[in-house]
Design a protein around this ligand. Structure first.
Ligand code: C2E
Ligand code: CA
Ligand code: CA
Ligand code: CA
Length: 287
């Protein structure tokens, strides 16, 4: 931006420069951050809408940066994808999350009222096309001694749009082993609905934008119709529906009436340390 003849607006934007420097700085710091153990995971409970029981949690990675403090995944996951560090980082997230799932299962047993107690882990498109994915996952599950039904891998709808068979093969293998696959951010990718039958997924995670449409009461009638349609299509294809971004009781009630199966959001709990799930599960067990 500072080269001769560079335009003035670039020169006059010190914030953009700072952002670029930070981006560069963060990118170069990523590998050592992994070695030094600066990443940690917060867990956000997944709640069964029918009876309010805790079904499991989604693992959300954070970076405790020595200078910048806690950074959210939107700040560094794209950088990690760009440099390929996402593969070892993703492997670490998987290992750590599954270790946590095992601890929960030891405490509460492997089953919840709504099915096997499960940890949801996000998978980036780079991990999906990495040849080690299936074997790494098998190894991690074996080392931790939990059954594959303790794991749900979340893949975004956009990562699978137009996916050819080579990309779907590892997911199909994992699914056959008993790992659940969820289609994340569903409804934002304009995928062909008929295409769903081809994908080895068992859960649709409805994007937060739909939940936002349920905020007012009465809810936006068009949003209602769309969610109703998606739920009925999903159920007819034997897929469960999870909703994310639930912030109010009214939203939760509306989505329950529409037939959604599982919910996640600040209304239940913000992402937090693993002990948070203990509190919730205990509250539930005592009614
Ligand atoms: P996502 O998979 O769609 O995760 C849901 C995001 O919504 C999380 O943001 C979560 O903190 C936030 N959220 C949860 N409940 C609410 C709510 O009630 N209201 C609102 N407004 N937001 C809510 P977060 O933790 O910043 O993660 C952002 C994205 O980063 C995730 O979106 C996911 O795509 C990605 N990500 C997180 N962890 C990992 C990881 O380990 N690997 C990969 N590849 N991606 C990850
Ligand atoms: Ca997710
Ligand atoms: Ca999502
Ligand atoms: Ca998202």
């Amino acid at each position: 931006a500072k080269s001769a003849g560079g335009n003035r607006s670039e020169l006059a934007d010190p914030e953009a420069d700072a952002r670029a420097i930070t981006r560069h700085g963060l990118t170069t710091a990523l590998p050592t951050a992994l070695e030094r153990g600066e990443f940690f995971i917060e867990y956000q409970p997944l709640v069964h809408l029918g009876d309010g029981s805790v079904r499991g949690a989604e693992a959300l990675v954070r970076w405790l940066h020595p200078q910048h403090g806690v950074l959210g995944p939107d700040r560094f996951i794209p950088l990690a994808e760009h440099t390929g560090l996402i593969v070892p980082l993703g492997r670490w997230v998987l290992e750590e999350s599954i270790r946590q799932a095992r601890a929960w299962r030891e405490r509460y047993g492997p089953q919840t009222a709504a099915g096997p107690l499960r940890i949801n882990v996000n998978l980036s498109p780079c991990q999906l096309s990495h040849p080690g994915l299936v074997q790494d996952t098998i190894d991690i599950l074996e080392r931790s001694g939990v059954t594959p039904d303790a794991l749900c891998l979340e893949v975004t709808e956009s990562a699978l749009i137009g996916a050819d068979d080579d990309l779907l093969k590892p997911l199909r293998r994992l699914s056959e082993m008993g790992v659940d696959i969820a289609l994340d951010d569903f409804g934002t990718g304009y995928s062909n609905l008929a295409n769903l039958r081809r994908l080895p997924v068992s859960i649709l995670k409805l994007d937060r934008s739909f939940t936002q449409g349920m905020q007012q009461f009465p809810a936006d009638p068009v949003d209602l119709k769309i969610v109703e349609g998606i739920v009925s299509l999903a159920h007819s294809l034997d897929l469960a529906v999870t909703v994310e971004g639930v912030e109010t009781g009214a939203q939760a009630e509306q989505l329950r009436i529409l037939g959604c199966d599982t919910a996640q959001g600040w209304y239940y709990a913000r992402p937090g340390p693993p002990e948070r799930l203990h509190d919730l599960a205990l509250v539930d067990a005592t009614g």
